[in-house]
Write a protein that binds this ligand. Structure first.
Ligand SMILES: Cc1cc2nc3c(=O)[nH]c(=O)nc-3n(C[C@H](O)[C@H](O)[C@H](O)COP(=O)(O)OP(=O)(O)OC[C@H]3O[C@@H](n4cnc5c(N)ncnc54)[C@H](O)[C@@H]3O)c2cc1C
Length: 466
């Protein structure tokens, strides 16, 4: 334990790494926990030992940033208490509960930096539970971490920057991309052009990916509406409605599906942070000030887990939150650096808002799904179950959970939470914020029942919450 007390960072991506760097620079030794086997987070995920593809091949234009972040982490490695392969599955009374290579453990903290990043934002479409359907991020991980494609003829469907990036990465690596189907329209981007131009190089890269795909003869369609993913025992095709209203079919053996990413914020909720509805994310997010201070004492939020802003911003926010923590502990104030970081972040935020409008989330798509579409794949709950469940009781998503088990499975609502709330809100004819959110509950990550039992034996008061 340092003089500043135990400082716990959860997440070794861009935000967590830069936060650790600042703290180590002040002579502190934070504990850094990550469920991944190596640092880098989602964007700069490392390949397994023994894999030898170059960083250029894996990260493309971002190779130098990936190298810089990995080098930074490797330089810190001996000066932090790093615990890879370790999931945090609950937080209570300033203690994090973990599951790692040596079983369950608890880590008391005085200050907590949550750098938990994001997960894919997916929407249910008929057939999306067939083998061969992956989330966009899952498809990217297969390629980035292990050099595998998810199929021989892959359709990329959704919207957001990852759609074009991952399709490009696949095609560039030699995989067959059958089509790139975007639910956004070109006309969505035109009104927000000035905001998009703030993105500079990032915007240029996005345009490059799209043009490269077209130049290489890959069909890129905008303004589409997904209809059904076809197949019996695995994907064989995909039908969609074109911008012009015609029904189209495309043969494929795999499909990557995703509408951007969403903050991973269940731990913030368990740590006692106030949550507020964010209209842009269409999700409840933990509140924090401009430097990442959350409402719960001693808790700081950084990176995409505090709201999606991308990888560069995650680095700035990690550094800023750690500087805020040091300032709060009277260790170092570095006012100038904090002001500089906030200035950079405010520019990034303007770009982010424009990007969200240019590649909008398809509001109404989840709510339009037929009754027999599975929404919660862990528990097999359909759109119809959610509509029916709520005819019994008040208009609130946790009541739907109690009646139908939506969000009670392995993902704890991470995948189905947004869609089920949208279906319910539309069915009841109320704004999305009014149906509330699936409350974060421990264990937020799957826990072996024997381990859960052992943890409960260890502390019977907590047995009920597991
Ligand atoms: C699948 C996926 C792929 C992406 N690919 C790209 C890309 O190619 N390019 C791009 O610009 N952006 C990409 N993004 C967005 C990108 O993740 C972020 O902008 C950036 O990585 C954010 O950095 P971060 O440090 O906030 O979070 P992350 O990089 O996501 O790091 C968060 C870390 O927290 C860990 N963690 C989370 N919860 C727990 C827990 N309960 N216990 C222990 N550890 C935990 C995770 O294992 C992870 O390593 C991707 C996002 C996803 C979800």
């Amino acid at each position: 334990m340092s003089a500043a007390g135990n400082i716990l960072i959860i997440g070794a991506g861009p935000a967590g790494t830069r936060a650790a760097e600042v703290l180590v620079g002040q002579g502190l030794r934070p504990i850094l926990v990550d469920e991944a086997p190596a640092s880098g987070g989602q964007v700069y995920r490392r390949q397994p030992p023994g894999f030898l593809r170059s960083t250029k091949l894996r990260y493309g234009f971002e190779a130098s940033k990936a190298d810089a972040l990995h080098d930074c982490f490797d330089g810190l490695r001996e000066r932090i208490d790093y615990r890879p392969d370790t999931s945090v599955w609950s937080i209570e009374n300033k203690t994090a509960f973990t599951l790692g290579p040596n079983g369950v453990d608890r880590i008391p903290y005085d200050a907590l930096l949550l750098c938990t990043g994001a997960v894919d934002r997916v929407l249910p479409v008929p057939g999306w539970t067939l083998p061969g359907v992956f989330t966009m991020g899952g498809a990217q991980i297969a390629l980035k971490a292990q050099g595998c494609a998810i199929g021989k003829r892959v359709v990329f469907m959704g919207s957001g920057p990852l759609l074009y990036l991952v399709a490009y990465q696949y095609a560039h690596a030699g995989a067959k991309v059958a089509a790139v189907l975007d639910t956004a329209r070109l006309s969505d981007a035109l009104p927000v052009l000035p905001g998009l131009l703030i993105g500079g190089l990032t915007l240029a890269k996005g345009l490059w990916y799209q043009n490269w795909l077209r130049f290489h003869g890959i069909a890129v369609r905008r303004g589409v509406r997904p209809l059904v993913i076809e197949g019996d025992s695995r994907v064989t095709g995909f039908s969609y409605r074109s911008a012009g209203g015609q029904e189209r079919h495309i043969d494929c053996d795999a499909l990557a599906l995703g509408w951007g990413v969403k903050p991973e914020c269940q731990l913030a909720e368990l740590a006692g942070c106030d949550m507020a509805f964010d209209a842009m994310a269409r999700q409840w997010l933990p509140s924090s000030d401009a430097e990442g201070r959350a409402s719960a004492e001693g808790v700081y939020l950084a990176g995409d887990g505090a709201g999606i802003m991308g990888a560069d911003a995650a680095e700035y926010r990690g550094e800023l939150a750690a500087l805020a923590l040091l300032a709060d502990q009277g260790k170092s104030s570095d006012v100038a650096r904090r002001a500089h970081l906030k200035h950079k972040l405010s520019r990034q935020m303007r770009f982010r808002i424009a990007l969200e409008r240019a590649l909008p989330y398809p509001q109404g798509l989840a709510a339009a799904q037929p009754d027999d579409t599975i929404v919660c794949r862990c528990e097999g709950v359909t759109a119809g179950d959610i509509r029916l469940g709520q005819s019994l009781e008040p208009q609130e998503i946790n009541r739907a959970k109690a009646f139908t088990r939506v969000g009670m499975g392995r993902c704890q609502g991470r995948m189905c939470g947004i869609a089920s709330a949208e279906i319910l809100a539309a069915h009841k004819g109320v704004p999305l914020a009014e149906v509330g959110r699936l409350r974060g509950q421990a264990p937020i990550k799957p826990l072996n029942i024997a381990i859960g039992g052992a943890a409960a034996d260890d502390d019977p008061d907590r047995a009920a919450s597991i």
